[in-house]
Design a binder for this molecule. Structure first.
Ligand SMILES: *Cc1c(COP(=O)(O)O)cnc(C)c1O
Length: 418
């Protein structure tokens, strides 16, 4: 058994045992309850429920916050991506390239339309799509014919690369965009976990969702900007594509009851938009509080001598942009993950694995032909990562308890090994 090198006695009594949830949405609601209720009342008294003034106002406010593009409010993050792919006419015979270390929706939307997902491995430090793995894939697994790109194996036409800004950290978009341009493929950003996160290009800062052809957000209640139910948004700078996506949101209807294309019912409703607009002005301060909590975790891990066994998230853009990370999740990496997880759960500390199985190995994608070892960094991350409690209002006391409990786990592991 490894020796973790603890030289100090365990001060078990110093931190009081407590229950720490993975996420607590109650403090945020308490702070905004009056405003939110007023907004809901207003919608109810006007009886304007679908694509009315609240949706329009929220779309404008979010576009202003992102600084670029048109925002189209939709019914969920999943529907945002589905609407984008439908507007681009992606379907049978097409392929998209994405990471397998993400939420199911990233790949499933393409599959629902008959397209094939091709998975590329992640960077082991950021957990985001690896530019070098992407380059290898594009140069070795794809071939160019008449100015278009095809998968060598299946013959499907590669239509888009979908990088996922996982946990609130932007992908290396300069590298990904350069490859996409070189190979003539569009980029769609999955910014579901990264609203407000910034990336430092050499010619200036850009926010998640606005660094490519189009991007999307999720307002699932646990996301950094959460609705009171399902909601999402697309952001797009190309007016023609934005127009098409907003038509797809309403069954491709343009004008009313005339349909050039087939869309769906992907509408955002007024109550959700009204609630989101109350929360939006606080998003930046909440992200700053999340970064503060991440700093505190890091300091506590250092204090108890755990930095060699617990890998904290990396911060490649720190000092280059203000919102270098928005910490949707604070994910650590440890070799003994499953046992630590059990120990934390026993001590009433919320935790979760995002994600325990790469998409390439999911049963429903068996026919794609992937096996264990095809994406080694994805497999390793799926076995070693663990999300710890983080939210803007989390207390230092709670965080100290989390870190002390993790230290106790390692001390006990070490003692058992002696
Ligand atoms: C949450 C999420 C989605 C889907 O958003 P929903 O609003 O739940 O449909 C897509 N991609 C990623 C990475 C997500 O985390």
């Amino acid at each position: 058994m490894a020796n973790f090198g603890f030289d100090q006695p365990v001060e078990a009594a110093m931190v009081r045992a407590m229950r720490v949830p993975l996420l607590d949405l109650a403090p945020q609601y308490r702070m905004l309850a009056d405003e939110i209720r007023t907004q809901i009342d207003e919608v109810l008294s006007t009886q304007r429920f679908i694509l009315g003034p609240k949706v329009k106002a929220f779309e404008a406010a979010l576009a202003a916050l992102c600084g670029h593009g048109t925002v189209i409010g939709v019914s969920s993050g999943t529907d945002a991506l589905l609407a984008i792919l439908m507007a681009l006419g992606i379907g049978r015979g097409d392929a998209i390239i994405t990471s397998a270390y993400t939420f199911f929706a990233t790949a499933a939307c393409a599959v629902r339309l008959g397209a094939r997902p091709a998975f590329v491995d992640i960077d082991p430090t950021t957990y985001n799509l690896s530019p070098s793995a992407l380059e290898r894939f594009l140069s070795q697994e794809c071939e160019r014919k008449n100015g278009e790109l095809f998968l060598r194996n299946s013959g499907d036409r590669v239509r888009a690369i979908i990088p996922v800004h996982l946990y609130g950290l932007c992908c290396d978009m300069a590298a990904i965009n350069a490859l996409a341009t070189e190979y003539g493929v569009a980029v769609i950003e999955d910014a579901a976990q990264a609203i407000g996160a910034e990336y430092p290009f050499t010619d200036g800062t850009r926010v998640a969702g606005t660094m490519s052809l189009t991007g999307f957000f999720s307002f699932y209640p646990s996301k950094n900007l959460g609705a009171a139910g399902d909601a999402g948004a697309v952001i797009c700078e190309d007016p023609a594509l934005a127009n098409r996506i907003s038509a797809v949101r309403e069954h491709g209807m343009r004008p009313r009851y005339y349909h050039d294309i087939v869309g769906g019912n992907f509408r955002l409703d007024e109550i959700q938009a009204a609630i989101l607009q109350v929360k939006l002005p606080h998003l930046k301060e909440w992200a700053a509080a999340r970064r503060g909590a991440a700093d505190f975790y890091r300091a506590e891990f250092a204090k108890v001598g755990l930095t060699n066994v617990v890998a904290a998230p990396v911060e490649p853009y720190r000092g280059k942009v203000e919102q270098h990370h928005v910490y949707h999740q604070f994910v650590i990496r440890i070799s003994d993950r499953d046992r630590l997880r059990k120990y934390l759960t026993q001590h009433e500390i919320g935790n979760e694995i995002y994600y325990p199985l790469g998409l390439h190995l999911q049963a429903c994608f068996r026919d794609l032909g992937y096996g264990q070892g095809d994406l080694p960094e994805t497999d390793r991350a799926a076995n070693e990562t663990l999300a710890l409690p983080i939210y803007p209002e989390i207390s230092h006391e709670a965080q100290s308890y989390v870190v002390r409990t993790i230290r106790d786990f390692f001390v006990q592991t070490e003692e058992r090994g002696r």
